[in-house]
Design a protein around this ligand. Structure first.
Ligand code: NAD
Length: 338
């Protein structure tokens, strides 16, 4: 019996977090149940020896494969294996895999157990946490999905040894986002350090990941159905998503540009005084802070945003570092501010 590092209680389930842990212990984390692992080709190639001990379903890597076709293939593979309701499907990978594993586990036989082994920084601090899962349909991101909590998450930080540098940078955009909206002390720590420091200091990295895992869980547990604080996690994402979709920028880059824009709007509307510090910390972690986007096009996209209501758009702004709020901005005013 392995004891979890921490357990979070949601309305429908409790979720065990094991941090740090080794993926070799997965069977014990799943209380001895039969496991089927879902992973992508990159992870399977990079960790072949360690994964050979498990029954693995391997799918192509990347967002273009986060779709219903891949889901159908995974389900076929589960049927071939005669996976039953006692089987636990464990998603080992970045956010694409953890989203798909959560979704397939939620619909296969109307629901089997799910475990997650997040392997990218983004999945460790964000995507794997909170129970949201799903797949894209054509150009529509996360169009189909569920909110369903996994049984457990296993954080094996040694998997990060093969994470490409560009994915480290992407993941740190979400860490900086967390610091901006909720944790001024973490923001100060990030200012003192850089990516190379965390890559060379496993203890500091583990503590940073755990701090972000706890921060996201606390927000989600307090607001499971996104009525309040959970919306703050969208800081930088309103303009960020529009830029990401229109210009095919990496997610972290687009969010970084979105955070700088939101900081500037905060400066104008709320007297936020630390835009420079936000820009500096993003740049320090290899993220872009400016992008010459087509303002008219962006406004058209923002007008279609889910967060629009009538003539206003709900925007996450910063009152100060570590303290965010949700504000309604009139579309005409937003156009001027951008
Ligand atoms: N459910 C949620 O709440 C939530 C929140 C945020 C993001 N997401 C989703 O997460 C996805 C993005 O996640 P991501 O950035 O992790 O993308 P990803 O899963 O595509 O991983 C990025 C790349 O890194 C590779 N990779 C991951 N870990 C690796 C490792 N340890 N070693 C070698 N290669 C590795 C993957 O194979 C992939 O090529 C998006 O689909 C997004 O919608 C979901």
């Amino acid at each position: 019996m392995v004891s979890p590092t921490i357990t979070y209680q949601f309305s429908t389930a409790s979720v065990n977090y094991f941090l740090p842990e080794q993926l070799e212990n997965l069977t014990a984390l799943a209380a001895g149940k039969r496991l089927v692992l879902l992973t992508d080709e990159n992870l399977f190639a990079a960790h072949a020896a360690r994964l050979s001990a498990f029954d693995c379903i391997v799918v192509p890597a990347g967002e273009p494969y986060k779709n219903e076709q891949t889901v159908a293939q995974i389900i076929q593979q589960l049927i071939v294996r005669e996976a039953d309701r006692q089987t636990v499907l464990v998603g080992l990978g970045g956010g694409v895999i953890t989203d798909m594993a959560g979704y397939v586990a939620g619909v296969y036989m109307r629901g089997i157990g799910c475990g997650l082994v997040p392997s990218s920084i983004l999945a460790m601090v964000d995507a794997a946490i909170g129970g949201k899962n799903g797949v894209d349909v054509g150009l529509y991101k996360n169009m189909v999905g569920l909110i369903r909590q996994p049984l457990f998450l296993c954080y094996d930080l040694s998997l990060l040894s093969t994470l490409p540098q560009s994915e480290w940078v992407n993941g740190f955009a979400e860490i900086i986002k967390h610091a901006c909206i909720k944790d001024a002390a973490m923001f100060a720590e990030l200012q003192q350090r850089d990516l190379a420091f965390y890559q060379q200091n496993p203890a500091a990295l583990q503590s940073l990941i755990e701090r972000n895992m706890r921060l996201k869980n606390e927000v989600v547990v307090a607001d499971e159905f996104e009525q309040g604080d959970r919306k703050l996690l969208n800081f930088g994402h309103t303009l960020g998503h529009a830029i990401e979709n229109e210009y095919q920028l990496p997610h972290g880059h687009a969010i970084s540009i979105g955070m700088v824009a939101a900081a500037k709007i905060s400066e104008n509307l709320l007297g936020f005084a630390a835009t420079k510090a936000v820009e500096q910390v993003l740049a320090q972690y290899g993220l872009p802070t400016h992008f010459n986007y087509d303002k008219t096009k962006m406004m058209q996209l923002l007008k279609m945003d889910k967060k629009r209501s009538g003539n206003t758009i709900h925007y996450v702004l910063l009152n100060q570092i570590g303290q965010a709020s949700y504000q309604s901005i009139h579309i005409d005013q937003l156009e001027k501010l951008l």
